[in-house]
Each structure stands twice: as C-alpha cells, then as structure tokens.
Design a binder for this molecule. Structure first.
Ligand SMILES: [Mg+2]
Length: 376
C-alpha cells in the first residue's frame, strides 16, 4: 500500500432494474422492477470500491431508507475513514445508526473491495483464503406460472443445473403437492430439491402439511412458519426427517444463539442483507459451526455487486456448505451494472480471481445497467 487508503469521495445511487419474470414468494410478490442502492467509495489515491444495499420491504427495510442511511447518517463516518480500520468503522456505524444492516454491509464490501485492490488480494483472501473455487447454485421455482418454471427447469437441468428451491405455501397445498410430484416425476433424484415456505404456514396444522411434503425427500424445508414461532420450528426439526432451515428466524448472531438454544433449526440461511457484514457473517458461522448447523447462501433482490461480496464470503467460509441462490443476474435481472457478470458454470457460481470483489464497474456500465432514480 503506497499511501493510507483514506476515503475522500463517496457517491450513492438509488437505482431501479427491470426483472424478467414475475416472482411469487409468499410474502411480497414482485413484478416489474426492483430498487436497490449502490455505493462508490474512492480513496485519496484513486482506488475505487463498490458496495450495494439491497433491502426488501417485507423482509429487512426499504431501498429509499438505505439511500438516506448512507447519504445522511453514515456519510460523516465514512469520509476520512481509513479502509484498513474496518472493524473500527463498523463499530462506529453500529453506534450511530440502529439496524440498517444493508447500508452497513454496503460500506464494508466497498472497503474490502478497496483493501483487496490496493493489496492485490481478493476479498476471499482477506477473509481467510478460499476453501472452494465454485459454489453450487440453487435456482428458485417461484414463477406464478408453474408450467413456465417446469420448462425452464428442463433447459437448466440439461445445462448442468442441479439445485432447485421451490417456493411453497403461496398456492394451495394440493397444488404444491402436484408441482412437487411433477418435478420428481420429470427429474427423479437427479435434482437436489429444497422447499421454502417464506413463513407462509401457521403453526396450527403445519405439521400435517410438512409431513406430506417430507415424502419428496427435500434437502431442507426453509422457514415454514413466521419468524417468531421458534418452538414450532423446533417441533418440526425434531419430528421430521427433512432438516429445517431458518431464514427469517435468523437474521444475525443474536437470533442464531436463540435458534441454537431452542434447537429451532438444523441449518441457517446466511444473508449479508440480514446480518449487515461479511465479518459478522463469518462470526455467525463460527457459532453455527460449533452448534453443527451448516449455512446456505441466501439473497434478497441483490445485483452483481452484492452477489460478488456473497460469493467471496462463501468462498472463504467453510460452514456455508449448502450452496447459494445467487441466480438473479443471470436469470431475473435483465440488466446489471457490472461490465461482466460473475460466471456460472455447470450449475455453480465460479468465484472470481481478480483483486477485491473481483468485478468491474465503469461509469458507462453504471449508467447503462440500471435506471438511476436518485444520486447523492
Ligand atoms: Mg427464504
């Protein structure tokens, strides 16, 4: 490092991207477009780092709130900060602003991008070094038009895709059963099937439904009931052969301790937008590893920058072993601000080799790849 990497320029962009397919997710159907926030930090000697905050209003917060958090509340901490003192800045952000994990992780990924670019190391190197070069990729079956999804699955399986997560609980149970039957009928055990209820079931009666779907031998059942019903989750985890995965019930390390204490899940979904940091995600996985819970790389409506950070995290975190769902840029977002997308090969995300996040964003790709709603 020639000079101290002091941040002296910051730009925040609220962008909107059209999406290619309608998504019915139990809570919050998404159609048309999604909004997210991009962050560009530049050091005194011109090294640029990128970050992204991608909240979802039914899950964590709003993109407009993330924009304001970065522009108005975190900007004074970021300008003049030394990128090498990342933990110190993280602590200052936590003292200054409650919650807003998406905005905080956007800052952390931009700083790690800068540190990586200034040292020639990837973010995975900075996080302890990679333990895997590819990450199995899960695609979510969430199109309201199931026939369209089944057709998509045929093409994807032929191209080497193996992991699929079916969004269940949106349609009547009988329809879910018919869809699962159709999927197992068409692909047998060649696909690794996971189910995600996105909190759709009430604890009352859920056990019967879950016992029904259990017979399709899913790898896990994600978040069958609302976030707060940890005792019901524990009941399912105890009674069913299929592992129960906590997503909405497990945002951060505090939630995870409770999940572990009450034995409310067999695995967890780790999302940068929930826990608010790559280092925090690794700290969570230390708890999960100790308790014997594997992690799964989840997302919200994240674009290429956030998914690059997630890719680097999983590459360097052994316990996140259940794959990832970083399929947005290839299958859902019609455009993105990266010069080149992170490659997917044979149903897996290929971890980039280049320094920092391993991606390239230029002024041209930034302007061409999303509609700009606001800039500060
Ligand atoms: Mg989920």
């Amino acid at each position: 490092m020639s000079q101290a990497p002091i941040i002296d320029r910051m730009r925040v962009f609220l962008v909107e991207s059209p999406i290619r397919m309608a998504r019915a997710q139990g809570v919050g159907a998404v159609k048309g477009s999604v909004r997210r926030v991009l962050l560009e930090l530049t050091t005194r000697d011109g090294i640029i780092g990128w970050g992204e905050a991608a909240p979802w209003e039914v899950f964590t917060g709003t993109p407009e709130g993330a924009f304001a958090a970065l522009d108005r509340y975190l900007r004074p901490l970021i300008l003049g900060a030394d990128a090498r003192r990342l933990r110190s800045l993280t602590a200052a952000m936590d003292r200054t602003l409650v919650s807003h994990p998406e905005s905080k992780v956007a800052v952390e990924m931009a700083l790690l991008d800068i540190l990586g670019k200034s040292t020639g190391l990837s973010v995975a190197d900075l996080l302890g070094g990679r333990v895997r070069d590819t990450i199995p990729l899960s695609f979510s079956i969430a199109d309201p038009d199931f026939a369209a999804d089944l057709e998509r699955m045929h093409a994807m399986v032929a191209a080497g895709q193996r992991l699929f997560k079916v969004k269940t609980g949106v349609k009547p149970h009988a329809e879910d059963m018919a869809h699962l039957e159709a999927i197992r009928g068409a692909f047998g055990d060649t696909v690794d099937l996971r189910l995600d209820y996105n909190q759709a079931l009430e604890p009352f009666g859920a056990m019967t439904i879950l016992r029904d779907v259990d017979r399709f031998r899913p790898t896990f059942i994600e978040q069958p009931v609302p976030r707060r019903h940890l005792d019901a989750m524990a009941g399912f985890a105890h009674a069913l052969d299929t592992p129960i995965l906590a997503d909405e019930s497990c945002f951060d390390a505090t939630d995870l301790l409770e999940v572990v204490r009450r034995q409310a899940a067999d695995a967890i979904s780790v999302k940068l937008m929930k826990c608010g940091g790559l280092l925090k995600a690794q700290a969570m996985m230390a708890i999960a590893d100790t308790a014997g819970l594997p992690g799964y790389g989840g997302t919200l409506w994240e674009g290429g920058i956030a998914l690059a950070a997630g890719t680097q995290l999983i590459a360097a975190t052994p316990g996140i072993s259940l794959g990832c769902e970083f399929y947005m840029p290839h299958h859902v977002l019609t455009e993105d601000v990266l010069e080149e997308r992170i490659p997917n090969r044979n149903g897996a995300v290929v971890v980039p080799d280049a320094p920092g996040l391993g991606i390239r964003v230029t002024e041209a790709s930034l302007r061409a790849g999303a509609k700009h709603v606001a800039e500060a």
